[in-house]
Each structure stands twice: as C-alpha cells, then as structure tokens.
Design a protein around this ligand. Structure first.
Ligand code: PGA
Length: 252
C-alpha cells in the first residue's frame, strides 16, 4: 500500500508574513490527517520558518531546487547540504519551470538527482510533456526519455522509495487539468517504464499528479490506481484549498 502524498509547491510566491499564516493554518488543519504525507516546498528564504513552525508536526518540507556539490563558487545557488541543514527531507528536481525557463537539461537533472540522494534528500522527480509534444503523439517518448536519463545515470536502485510527479506542462497554472483517465494512463506508463528495470521498485514508487489540482478535482484524480497524490501549485497558497486536497487524499 503506497501512502499518498500531497505536496505544496509555493514557487516564487509569498512573503514572510504570508508564509507564517499559511504554515500555521496548514499545521493546525493537518493535525488529524495522519493518513496522508504532507510536504511543503516554499521559496528557499522561508525554509527556516518551515523548520520553526513544522518541526513538531507530521508535515515535511523541502527545497524547490538545488545545485551540485556541497559548497563552492556558484553565486546564487543553494546546495543539498544547505537544504539538509534546514531540516529538508525532499527536493524538487526537474520541475517544468526549471526545464523550460532555466534550460535545465536531462544531464544536469540526472546529476542533481544524484546530488540530492548523496546528502540524504529524497528527490521528487518531475516529468511531463508540452501541449505540442502531446498533440504530436510524443507524450510517452518524452516521458520515457525524461525518466531513462535519470535512471541510467543514477541507477534503478536510486528509485527505491522514489517519488515522481507527472505534470503535463499544459496543465500547470492554466486551470486545465488532465482528466483522471488521461493522468492514469501516463502514471501507468511511468510504472511500466520503471518495471522494465525493476518490477518491485516500479510498484513501490509513488507517482504524484500535478497540474491545476484543486479541491473539486482532487478526489477523482486520487481515486485512480496509479495516482498516489498530488503536487499542487496555485491551490497550495490557500490553506483551506490545500487542506481540502489533503482530505481528498485521505479518503481515496
Ligand atoms: P498548479 O502548479 O497546481 O498551479 O498548476 C503545479 C506545479 O507546477 O507543481
């Protein structure tokens, strides 16, 4: 039985005050939700607030990105060791905004995946196709490529306990959501790709759906057999909506 995860990706949003209010509300509301794992991915500058507010709760937190190595002359970057220093357990790798706006390629992302694991962080590897790729019938080959590049660089063993997020780029922040059937089809495909390397690992990996997850669509998405929760952007900035999505994960 794979425990469901609901993760909030705050992206470059919020203020110190907003983070305080949001974290306190989520912590209070999540008090009884032990059947779902909740993770918050704030902007780096609010990680300390996560540690201070959430340390005595069941909620985990993580970084939205990292750079390679422990320390060095990499102006503007944050290392995995620094994330660990702030109590992070997770880190997002390969979010489509990193791939498309910041030109992170498959080789860099594979190196980041390994760097995260090296310091004991659990990477959440994001994959997904653009609308052009979907319309050209390339969804599966794109996902296959995005996964294989990391599996081959890091080894399938690095996917024990792994978390993957399928986020169709056309559904991110657009209000367009993949239907439960569309999402399920790709989640099953992701498991099939991993099963070619190791069937047992493929079954244990948790695969989250991301792309306009909201309280009103969460339940039907999470009810699908290969959808193990959600990576939530916009709705994670609203405590009530985020908690409703966590509730939906509890009861599916
Ligand atoms: P969204 O973002 O929920 O606002 O579509 C999801 C994400 O980018 O992780």
């Amino acid at each position: 039985m794979r425990k469901k995860i609901v993760a909030g990706n705050w992206k470059m949003n919020g203020s110190r005050y907003d983070a305080h209010v949001l974290l306190e509300s989520i912590k209070q509301g999540a008090g009884t939700l032990s059947g779902v794992e909740i993770i918050i991915f704030p902007s780096f500058v609010y990680l300390q607030q996560c540690e201070e507010t959430l340390a005595d709760s069941l909620i985990s937190w993580g970084g939205q990105n990292l750079y390679l190595g422990r320390a060095g002359a990499f102006t503007g970057e944050i290392s995995g060791a620094m994330l660990v220093d702030y109590g992070c357990q997770y880190v997002l790798i390969g979010h489509s905004e990193r791939r498309h706006l910041f030109y992170e390629d498959v080789n860099l992302l594979a190196a980041k995946y390994k760097a995260a694991q090296y310091v004991g962080l659990q990477p959440v590897l994001c994959v997904g196709e653009t609308i052009e790729e979907r319309e050209a019938g390339k969804t599966e080959s794109i996902i296959q490529q995005q996964l294989a590049s990391v599996v081959e660089a890091a080894s399938i063993d690095a996917f024990r306990q792994a978390v993957i997020a399928y986020e169709p780029v056309w559904a991110i922040g657009t209000g367009l959501t993949a239907t439960p059937d569309q999402a399920q089809e790709i989640h099953a495909f992701i498991r099939q790709v991993l099963a070619a390397y190791h069937p047992g690992i493929a079954q244990s990996v948790r695969i989250l759906y991301g792309g306009s997850v909201k309280p009103d669509n969460a339940k039907s998405l999470f009810a699908m057999p290969d959808i193990d929760g959600g990576l939530v952007g916009g709705a994670s900035l609203d405590a009530k909506a985020f908690l409703a999505i966590c509730q939906a994960a509890m009861y599916t």
